[in-house]
Design a protein around this ligand. Structure first.
Ligand code: 3PG
Ligand code: MG
Length: 551
């Protein structure tokens, strides 16, 4: 791993800001899929066991900078409390006096979850003053939110520029699994891509065509390829303006000797609804009034044959309208097949909210090699792009080469290296420069520790691995089942209900007008206004079901 992880950080007694991706689906005020919460548990427990004060921060949905009661993180806090069997209070706001008080009261081994970061427009704008305030809460930053690593937001890019920034264990695992796909997959290597639109996938297909042996296409996006082959697709979902891209992709695949598998027969339906009339037809000439909604049996058999000797698979996107059970057969059959391939030693990596939900529903998730918690992030990674939330983390120092003229080391070996790399150097410089002003600007309790520049933590990476056992296990249920043994000081804050800690209101308007010009050279004191404390907002009014799914 090229990035330093929490194994390399000395977190005992430190306040650790952990960006997690708790953007999970909710219905009736309950989390309906807790995979992303479970996936963060190894990192959380590792930090807790090492005696850190763990400050969790996440977004939920897309509230566009406004407080939305249906997108409060309380249900997530409840689920996390159940999984960890220890109280995880949720603040009423990511900013404000109530939150500062709660932070002040935290003791080593305790956990606090900040309210939805996206209630502040400054989060997505990567506003410097907002980032500085969040950074002032902690001594160390950890990113375990792989699913959000493609976003250059305050909590994914702004804060880690101000603190020593490490990867969490989930982040580490995600990067390891996905890098392996691009760098050294066992062959044959197949990509299975589905979902509605080819336009979302063109870049990843282009990149994967230089990596894979086999490309299996299904779902709505396959229809555009059928069009590209001159077939008629009736009323099916397609993007006619992408036909040329599809033709180019098919030509490149041929040139690169990548076998492309497209549907040969399909289920067509009168309407894309439950209970409608449907039948199987060859994927040649679909009559004008029908919609393609799933793979037919011959297409499924073709996929089975194509994947018979596969050693590595990446799958993103459903292969039919899987939300309607009659049209989920293709998706389900491929899920079962991949579970079987994985059990026979193939590496099977799944990414993307929809398909992960389907596999989880079928109880097959544990059989796969890796279920990515990132949809968009995993695609961007496989497009070969840098993820801003990863780039900003501290680089692992290269092991020192045997120098021809050995000198007595004046500095610790590891300390010299991070600064040598541009990213780390920049990050460290920024930290050193900005940490003081930030400390002044924000509430007293955090001032002392923030004022300490990154240097210390950066200086001794790898010196003291703090990872507990949980670290090496699959980031799922196992870790959750074991409540923290060395629970330190769980009493103090946990017995105080979150309500107390959360008396701040949606930030006052002033918070929305941060000191954009607060530069590292200018103390942010005036610039980082403290949002006014207001009424308690801990009781969400009737949570509504989320309408959007994590992509
Ligand atoms: C996701 O689910 O895709 C991530 O949590 C990021 O959310 P976003 O797509 O709303 O930025
Ligand atoms: Mg998304």
């Amino acid at each position: 791993m090229e990035k330093l992880t929490i194994r390399d950080a000395d977190v005992a007694g430190k306040r650790v800001f952990v960006r997690v991706d708790f953007n999970v689906p909710l219905a009736d005020g309950k989390v309906t899929d807790d995979s992303r919460i479970r996936a963060a548990i190894p990192t959380i427990l590792t930090l807790v066991h090492a005696g850190a004060r763990v400050i969790l921060a996440s977004h939920l949905g897309r509230p566009n900078g406004k407080v939305s009661d249906s997108l409060r993180l309380r249900p997530v806090g409840q689920r996390l409390t159940e999984l960890l069997r220890r109280n995880v209070p949720v603040t009423g706001d990511a900013l404000g006096l109530g939150t500062e008080d709660a932070l002040k009261r935290m003791r080593p081994g305790e956990i606090l979850l900040l309210e939805n970061l996206r209630f502040h427009a400054e989060e997505e704008a990567n506003d410097p003053a907002f980032a500085a305030t969040l950074a002032s809460y902690a001594d160390i930053y950890v990113n375990d939110a792989f699913g959000s690593a493609h976003r250059a937001h305050a909590s994914t890019v702004g804060v880690p520029k101000l603190l020593p920034a490490y990867a969490g264990l989930l982040m580490e695992r995600e990067l390891m699994m996905l890098s392996k796909l691009l760098e050294s997959p066992d062959r044959p290597f197949a990509a299975i891509l589905g979902g509605a639109k080819v336009s979302d996938k063109i870049r990843v297909i282009d990149h994967l065509l230089t990596k894979v042996d086999l490309l299996i296409l299904g779902g709505g996006m396959a229809n555009t390829f059928l069009l590209a082959q001159g077939k008629s697709i009736g009323k099916s979902l397609a993007e006619p303006d992408r036909v040329q891209d599809a033709q180019r992709i098919l030509a490149t695949a041929e040139k690169n000797r990548v076998r492309v598998v497209l549907p040969i027969d399909v289920i067509v339906a009168k309407e894309v609804t439950r209970g409608t009339e449907y039948k199987t037809l060859p994927a040649e000439k679909i009559p004008a009034s029908w919609h393609i909604v799933d793979l037919g049996k011959a297409s499924q058999d073709q996929v089975v044959e194509a994947l018979s000797d596969v050693k590595t698979v990446f799958w993103n996107g459903p292969l039919g309208v899987f939300e309607i059970p009659s049209f989920a057969h293709g998706t389900n059959a491929v899920a079962r097949l991949l579970a079987d391939r994985a059990e026979h030693g193939a590496t099977v990596v799944i990414g993307g909210g929809d398909i992960v939900a389907s596999i989880t529903q079928q109880g097959l998730a544990d059989k796969m090699t890796h279920i990515s918690t990132g949809g968009g992030a995993s695609l961007e990674f496989l497009e070969g792009r840098e993820l801003p939330g990863v780039t900003v983390l501290l680089d692992r120092p290269k092991p020192p080469k045997l120098a021809s003229k050995p000198k007595a080391p004046s500095k610790p070996k590891v300390a010299a290296k991070p600064a040598a790399k541009p990213t780390a150097a920049k990050a460290t410089a920024a930290k050193a420069a900005t940490s003081k002003p930030v400390a002044k600007a924000v509430a007293k309790p955090v001032a002392k520790t923030v004022a300490k520049p990154a240097a210390k933590a950066v200086a001794k990476p790898a010196a003291k691995p703090t990872a507990a056992k949980a670290a090496t296990s699959k980031p799922t249920a196992n870790a959750a089942a074991k409540p923290a043994v060395k629970a330190t000081a769980a009493k103090a804050t946990t017995s105080k209900p979150a309500a107390k800690a959360t008396t701040s209101k949606a930030p006052a308007k002033t918070a929305a007008k941060p000191a954009v010009k607060a530069s590292p050279t200018k103390p942010a004191a005036k610039a980082t206004p403290r949002p006014a404390a207001g009424k308690a907002t801990t009781k969400p009014t009737k949570p509504r079901a989320r309408t959007e799914k994590p992509a």
